[in-house]
Design a protein around this ligand. Structure first.
Ligand SMILES: NC(=O)C1=CN([C@@H]2O[C@H](COP(=O)(O)OP(=O)(O)OC[C@H]3O[C@@H](n4cnc5c(N)ncnc54)[C@H](O)[C@@H]3O)[C@@H](O)[C@H]2O)C=CC1
Ligand SMILES: O=C([O-])CC(=O)C(=O)O
Length: 345
């Protein structure tokens, strides 16, 4: 059983925003009603993510959708004595109800990798799932912020954008590929190597979300540490291969679910804070971008009342990072184009 102290620190990690608002005299205006929908809520990521979003005091309504299994997850999570009302929806005929009125939609629906697979090997199944879900989003909640977790993120985000464009609902400020797990990993691995407290660490991660397209910028990591070139290379490689490390350790039983649920909950919390007008909310995300010549790219994004208010530039890069940036562009370009082509077939 979790000790009360562990539970309370978990709770407070997710509720920093509300305590922050509370200090500034919490009015109903600063903590509005917010509906969050999770699509794929009964899955490996979906279940712990549902739990973490139930702990988030910024959520007033939690909508759990999957093709199967959601009544059980919803009944279970709904007994937790926190703010949000929970409803479970199962099967495509209930998708509209699950989505209606949502402020933030989180999508961890789709198949995960097995050892030996790349994220792109998931394209054939997940592209169709994402297309169907985004078609429904365009119809039932076109103004919601969409947090795309389903892989390959480098292609599923462009697919979503094309679906929304066709429906006439596309707003580039509202579509996010969730790359937070890359940041979470980079922070953890850097703290271990640099021997600094992990809670103080910041590391931007840019590019995309697959192999070499994941580019952690350790030259900008804080607190500063005197790491050698070989150490930076090893940290970069470990961050790029973080997903594969988990896939191999799980040996056929899927990919990262618990760390991903944590990362997804952090990013959704940042989106909610932005919507609620909390200033200076900045997270890395894979978004429509003019930072490079590619139409989508992950970098730091300022979140606000309309979603991505500002896509921030890369800042100064080391020579090693400049090289990494050059070499990731062709793969990322191909993945983006594959998604666009699929959506327009
Ligand atoms: N962006 C990131 O950093 C990460 C992304 N992922 C990706 O997240 C996805 C989900 O991973 P897991 O939760 O481990 O897989 P899982 O197989 O455990 O769960 C997926 C869930 O999606 C549901 N689903 C399938 N088709 C659906 C549809 N049409 N509508 C709604 N739900 C549907 C399934 O019923 C299942 O409950 C995978 O594509 C995986 O690669 C995983 C880890 C990190
Ligand atoms: O590696 C995978 O397939 C899942 C994923 O995206 C990650 O853990 O970063």
């Amino acid at each position: 059983m979790l000790k009360p102290s562990i539970l309370s620190s978990l709770h407070s990690a997710l509720s920093r925003s509300s305590s922050h608002l509370a200090r500034r005299s919490y009015s109903s205006e600063s903590c509005p009603e917010r509906k969050v929908a999770i699509l794929g809520a009964a899955g490996g990521i979906g279940q712990p993510l549902s739990l973490l979003m139930k702990l988030n005091p910024l959520v007033s309504s939690l909508s759990l959708y999957d093709i199967a299994g959601t009544p059980g997850v919803a009944a279970d999570v709904s007994h937790i004595n926190t703010r949000s009302e929970v409803a479970g929806y199962q099967g495509e005929e209930e998708l509209g109800k699950a989505l209606e009125g949502s402020d933030v939609i989180i999508i961890p629906a789709g198949v995960p990798r097995k050892p030996g697979m790349t994220r792109d090997d998931l394209f054939n199944i997940n592209a169709g799932i994402v297309k169907t879900l985004c078609t429904a989003i365009a119809k039932y909640c076109p103004n919601a912020l969409v947090n795309m977790i389903s892989n390959p993120v480098n292609s599923t985000v462009p697919i979503a954008a094309e679906v929304f464009k066709k429906a006439g609902t596309y707003d580039e400020k509202k579509l996010f590929g969730v790359t937070t797990l890359d940041v979470v990993r980079a922070k953890t691995f850097y703290a271990g190597k640099a021997k600094v407290p992990v809670a103080d660490v910041n590391v931007p991660v840019v590019g995309g979300h697959a192999g070499v397209t994941i580019l952690p910028l350790f030259s900008q990591a804080t607190p500063k540490a005197n790491l050698g070139d070989d150490e930076i290379k090893a940290l970069t490689k470990r961050t790029q291969d973080g997903g594969t490390e988990v896939v191999e350790a799980k040996a056929g039983k899927g990919s990262a679910t618990l760390s991903m649920a944590y990362a997804g909950a952090l990013f959704a919390d940042a989106c909610l804070k932005g919507l609620n007008g909390v200033p200076d909310v900045v997270e890395c995300s894979f978004v429509q971008s003019s930072v490079t010549e590619l139409p989508f790219f992950a970098s730091k994004v300022r979140l606000g009342k309309n979603g991505a208010e500002e896509v921030l530039g890369l800042g100064p890069l080391s020579d090693y990072e400049k090289q990494g940036l050059e070499s990731l562009l062709p793969e990322l370009k191909a993945s983006i184009e594959k998604g666009i082509k699929f959506a327009n077939q």
